[in-house]
Design a protein around this ligand. Structure first.
Ligand SMILES: [Zn+2]
Length: 486
């Protein structure tokens, strides 16, 4: 393929249509948009600069909110001695099959094997035990930005890789009530970032016991619906109760002088969210990025006609400067080795929310042409007042993407009271299936065995069950959201 080709179609055809093969479409988009690539290390991916820029924006949005809710960042070791991981029985059982071991350092066998952290409760709990003596030392509100390793047999870029990037918050509190409030508060932060920043509507609720974090009392999650009708767990927040405090002996002298164990929480989101972003908004032409996470919110493409470098380019540069000065992430694509048509297709495929075209004719008319990625509208726009118009449009695009995703989610959410219907829905048109559930884990696994659907969560705002359990007919205790999930 010639890089100076002027046919946008050449690019589109490189991406498998979503409707034809969603999984291939997903991988094509990631590789064509240069978000990530496979690496020589099995199970590990390389996050390329454009993908990493999205992660940095997401990090900033999360980090700002963590700090606004009183948290601070710290860093703990990558390695965890085997004996520490073994201290919390459920935790070990949950993570053991996925753990990577270090047995040698240099040319010596280690006296004690080390695990590469799959999560950091064990190492952080050990340190908290040293740091906490009195109720005056509480709460501890620490977050860590880190990589973790969970051995995977299958690799899916951003969704399932042996090493991935995430944040993990770990907090310790004086009372059970405080820990519960913290667990819910951080789930709320995740929901806000998912909906307001990623433009991805989520269902927040309680995980069932079979799906909760290994060693937790309760796990809450936010669940999103992807473009193929499968659900994706986008973030979790765990109330650890006193399980880890007891295992690691994190105790303190209470206000009444008695010795108590702290109440813990942990919560995390990962680079998996980038996978969710792609699958929520992308289309057959590639990536569609919400403005708040777009590395370039506006890409300016000058039209090279006549002596454009003396006429068009300075105007384009002036617009770039003005937009940058107003806080807009803007890129002037003035490469003369590519045609405008190539650039249009390229930036469309890479999901830039707005393209700004400017040529000699536009300058004559004191206008530019703006092209929206979400609606594909082309909008001739006066240069006078351009920055304000663009900032307004970016907000409009952000809102439109959220509405579109919410509408899709609502159209793919079906209530049912019978198991026949339940199965038929999952066969035909996947999405969330809302049904009454008896609360029995065996019933839950029978449903999973028969339909592959799992309970994503028991939503906070779900109505009370309006009939018996959809599977077994016994009295229902909750309304559950079921789906096939990533
Ligand atoms: Zn049941």
């Amino acid at each position: 393929m010639s890089k100076t080709s002027d046919k946008p179609d050449t690019f589109v055809t490189e991406i498998t249509p979503r409707s034809q093969d969603f999984a291939r479409w997903y991988t094509d988009v990631i590789r064509r948009a240069e978000l990530a690539d496979y690496s020589p290390v099995k199970g590990c991916m390389v996050i390329r600069p454009y993908g990493y820029a999205i992660w940095e924006l997401l990090q900033q949005e999360l980090d700002r909110r963590f700090k606004a809710t009183g948290h601070v960042n710290a860093y703990f070791p990558l390695f965890i001695p085997e004996s520490l991981l073994m201290k919390e029985a459920d935790h070990v059982e949950g993570f053991a099959p996925q753990v990577a071991w270090v047995t040698r350092g240099g040319d010596e066998d280690l006296e004690e094997r080390l695990v590469v952290r799959p999560t950091s409760e064990a190492i952080i709990g050990t340190m908290y035990a040293k740091w906490v003596q009195s109720w005056r030392d509480l709460p501890i509100l620490i977050n860590q930005w880190a990589n973790v390793v969970r051995w995977e047999k299958v690799t899916r870029l951003f969704l399932r890789t042996t090493e991935f990037l995430w944040q993990e918050g770990h907090t310790a509190h004086e009372t059970a009530e405080e820990a519960e409030a913290e667990t819910r508060r951080m789930l709320g932060v995740y929901k806000e970032v998912a909906e307001d920043v990623m433009a991805m509507p989520v269902v927040d609720g309680l995980k069932t016991d079979s799906e909760k974090f290994a060693g937790a009392l309760r796990t809450y999650s936010i669940e999103a619906l992807m473009g193929d009708g499968r659900a994706l767990q986008a973030g979790t927040s765990h109330n650890l109760g006193q399980n880890f405090a007891k295992a690691f002996d994190i105790s303190f002298q209470a206000r009444d002088k008695s010795v108590q164990h702290v109440w813990g929480t942990s919560w995390g989101v990962s680079t998996r969210l980038i996978g969710a972003l792609i699958m929520t908004h992308g289309d057959d032409s590639g990536l569609v990025l919400p403005p708040r996470l777009a590395p370039y919110q506006v890409v300016i493409v000058p039209i090279p006609r006549g002596n454009w470098q003396e006429t068009v380019l300075p105007r384009a540069q002036a617009i770039q400067d003005e937009l940058a000065g107003r806080g807009v992430r803007v890129r002037l694509d003035d490469r003369d080795t590519y045609t405008p048509g190539w650039k249009f297709a390229e930036w469309e495929m890479r999901g830039a929310p707005l393209r700004l075209e400017i040529g000699p004719k536009d300058i004559e008319k004191a206008q530019v042409v703006l092209a929206r990625r979400d609606t594909r509208e082309k909008l001739p726009t006066p240069i006078e007042g351009l920055a304000a118009r663009i900032i307004g449009l970016l907000d409009e695009i952000q809102g439109n993407l959220f509405e579109r995703a919410r509408q899709f989610r609502d159209e793919h959410t079906t209530r049912t009271a019978t198991f026949e219907d339940f199965k038929a829905i999952l066969d035909g048109r996947p999405g969330f299936v809302v049904a009454a559930w008896c609360g029995d884990g065996d019933c839950e696994s029978a449903i999973k065995a028969e339909t592959q659907a799992t309970i994503r969560n028991l939503p906070f705002d779900a109505p009370a069950p309006d009939g018996p359990c959809v599977k077994c007919g016994r009295p229902a205790v909750a309304t559950a959201y079921f789906a096939k999930a990533y």
